[in-house]
Write a protein that binds this ligand. Structure first.
Ligand code: IVH
Length: 697
């Protein structure tokens, strides 16, 4: 989309204006924002940090709010729709949205190829093969360079107008160089998807809010398109692949792009116009034999993709041939979907184990007859709560269908009552805690049974496991198994005991040589300096996940400030509703919890907020970038260290950069930084020293 010289000029424009945003004019500012959106969302090669993008964006809002007549339809600010303005009117597609014929094996593909060769009167056909994206299909209409309408598939003839929601997807450009390519009007087709990462984050947020999680990214994407509030759509981080031009009207007196003579050419054209087309994923293949081997190779790599696909689509590449082959009322004769093997399996629900979590919640876990599913063996699946078992009418001995979508945790889809023999048993939920025998309790309007005994061993251990976990205090070399072992041996009794370990008693335990004890000791020490939000999250306050912990931390200086907030004040924080506020309030009004925090403070843990708005962080105002492989720290840890001290991470080398931290095998970033005299190039060891120094250097 951007050639090298354009890229260079936009990069240097960025550098100039980041330091003096007031000097930039509206036109170049919009061009810059569009460029950085493209780099981030389509090319996946961001040049600046999110923070820097926000600075530029904020400047755009400042200019536009001073004079609303300057707001153009394709301004980056116009993605943000007004709340609740969606009505979803039915609109007809210019060209019907057809489906695809399915194939499942080599024979089906050979059959398809035979018919295509006959229809085309050719000995061999060249195909373009690309992923079959597993999301929700959309149709977009562009006129005179502008996106004018977006709609769902509907019944194939007419769909629903979802333009406001589609504008929230940053990889869909609001304007494109259509006329430049000889086109006046163009209707295109694609798939809205949610990446595996966005899906996992989204489900995590739902879990934090105790809302039922979604089964797979496809449902999440499809459900997002018809949301009433475009802002909610924006928060879901959707993406879109565009794979088909269904119609174009040539512009008068212009020359049509020569790319419009084949499918692969059209993908290239779409890519050049700024769409995320499968330009890099596509493969042009001559003859069906090679198509077949490509399909099986691709299927094997399916899990390594960052998004879900459910197969491949094989398309006759030449447009003239496509025309010749034509279509049925259901599908084109020039394309076929090759569907991957289903990730569902049937197995037997053999028994149920009731597990006690750190909040005392008792979770029923189905123990299944081991079965292979999407490359892994599954033998146990969470059944969440009593309601879930009742709703799905799951019984001991039932044959059940289970499903696993990509990285997603397996789920029980349903039982198959037809296969019951009469010997199946109703699942009885226990009345007492399976670990400490205390009577289980259930709050009104809650689905879970809980053990509320403060002495329940299961909960104490789970709380310690959560405290040291990766997203909490991240004490490495302290796996779940070690915690259980240390607890059994009396070496760990509660959270503070993590910081009072008697290492002489650990020496000699299996798997604990001098080196691993040193590592453990070092990891415990490092955890004392973790940013405050990690401690808040680690304490395991109900409904407080990582995101909420970050929000809370940004409102306080010392953790015990939270004792002084009323529930109303807590509710004024972003994302904190009544339930969360009550939980935080109760936690900080429970003397035992205050005692716990005070003892952790005495043991030397950081209790103070040092976020990037704090001017006293020792790296405040400084920009960092890491390159090469770090050996002592993980990249994410090192970046978090910078941010927690008020510094920023940049997306690329520019004159704004203050420090380039160089690990092993550093490449082009190092070369580039050497050319800018103001950048300090330092080693990982220098970086650690800098972090520990108190002066702002
Ligand atoms: S081509 C006439 N290409 O699969 C052209 N479809 O099962 C028809 N899909 O409705 C579509 N990835 O929603 C095409 N690379 C791809 C696709 C794709 C996903 C979806 C699309 C279609 C469905 C058919």
């Amino acid at each position: 989309m951007y050639n090298t010289s354009k890229l260079k000029s936009l990069q240097s424009l960025t550098t100039t204006y980041l330091s003096q945003p007031h000097k930039i004019e509206l036109g170049p500012l919009k061009e810059l924002l569009k460029f950085h959106e493209y780099q981030y969302y389509v090319a996946s090669e961001p040049f600046i940090s999110d923070f820097e993008y926000d600075q530029l964006y904020q400047h755009l809002i400042t200019i536009e709010s001073a004079n609303s007549s300057l707001i153009s339809k394709d301004s980056p600010s116009q993605r943000v729709g007004n709340s609740l303005n969606n009505s979803f009117e039915t609109v007809a597609h210019l060209v019907p949205m057809l489906s695809l014929e399915n194939s499942y094996n080599a024979e089906d593909l050979i059959d398809f190829d035979r018919k295509a060769k006959e229809g085309a009167s050719l000995e061999e056909i060249t195909y373009c093969v690309e992923p079959k994206f597993d999301g929700a299909s959309i149709s977009l209409l562009y006129e005179n360079d502008l996106l004018v309408r977006a709609c769902t598939r509907g019944d194939g003839v007419a769909g629903e107008d979802i333009t406001n929601n589609i504008k929230q997807i940053r990889s869909i450009p609001l304007s494109i160089p259509l006329l430049e390519n000889g086109i006046q009007q163009m209707e295109i087709r694609g798939e809205v998807i949610m990446s595996k990462k966005a899906f996992a984050d989204f489900n995590e947020k739902l879990k934090e809010k105790q809302i039922a999680t979604l089964a797979n990214p496809r449902n999440a994407a499809a459900g997002s398109l018809r949301m009433k509030d475009p802002k909610e759509v924006a928060s879901r981080n959707l993406d879109a692949f565009i794979y088909h031009i269904s119609y174009f009207l040539p512009a008068p007196k212009t020359t049509l792009s020569p790319l419009l003579s084949s499918h692969s050419g059209s993908l290239e054209l779409l890519w050049n116009m700024g769409f995320r087309s499968p330009q890099k994923e596509k493969k042009i293949i001559k003859g069906v034999e090679k198509v077949i081997s490509f399909c099986s190779e691709f299927e094997a790599q399916r899990d390594s993709l960052p998004y879900e696909i459910d197969g491949l689509v094989i398309k006759v590449n030449d447009f003239a041939l496509q025309e010749k082959l034509g279509m049925t009322s259901h599908h084109p004769r020039w394309a076929i979907a090759y569907k991957f093997k289903a990730r569902q399996a049937t197995t037997i629900l053999e028994s149920v184990e009731f597990q006690v979590g750190r909040t005392g919640a008792v979770t029923p876990v189905a123990k299944l007859k081991a079965v292979a599913l999407g490359g892994v063996t599954v033998s146990s699946i969470s059944m969440h709560n009593e309601e879930y078992i009742k709703e799905k009418d799951l019984r001991l001995g039932d044959t059940v269908i289970i499903e696993r979508a990509g990285d997603v945790i397996p789920q029980i889809v349903q039982s198959i009552p037809k296969l019951r023999t009469g010997k199946e048993k109703i699942i009885q939920f226990p009345t007492n805690c399976p670990v400490c025998n205390a009577l289980l309790e259930k709050e009104e309007a809650e689905a879970v049974w809980r053990c509320n005994s403060p002495l329940c061993t299961a909960q104490i251990i789970e709380r310690i496991i959560h405290f040291v976990s990766k997203d909490a205090m991240d004490i490495k070399s302290f796996g779940e198994a070690n915690i259980r072992k240390f607890y059994e041996l009396g070496l760990l009794t509660n959270i503070p005991s993590l910081y009072q370990l008697d290492f002489s008693k650990i020496t000699g335990l299996e798997g604990f040589g001098k080196k691993s004890i040193d590592n453990l000791n070092a990891a415990i020490e490092v955890s004392k300096t973790q940013p405050l939000y990690r401690l808040i999250y680690a304490l395991g306050i109900r409904f407080v996940g990582e995101t909420t912990a970050k929000t809370i931390a940004s409102h306080i200086q010392h953790i015990l400030d939270l004792k002084d907030f009323t529930e109303e004040q807590l509710q004024s924080f972003d994302d904190v509703g009544i339930k969360v506020a009550t939980s935080i309030y109760q936690f900080f009004h429970e003397p035992k919890n205050i005692e716990l925090i005070e003892s952790l403070e005495k043991l030397g843990l950081n209790m103070i907020q040092t976020n990037d708005t704090a001017v006293d962080g020792n790296l405040a105002g400084l920009n960092f970038l890491f390159t090469g492989t770090l050996t002592q720290l993980k990249r994410s840890e090192a970046e978090a260290m910078v941010e927690s001290r008020g510094g920023h991470i940049l997306g690329g080398v520019s004159s704004k950069l203050n420090y380039l931290v160089v690990g092993e095998d550093a490449g082009s970033k190092l070369e580039k930084a050497k050319k800018i005299a103001s950048i300090k190039i330092i080693s990982e060891a220098d970086f650690v020293e800098l972090i520990n120094s108190n002066s702002k250097s």
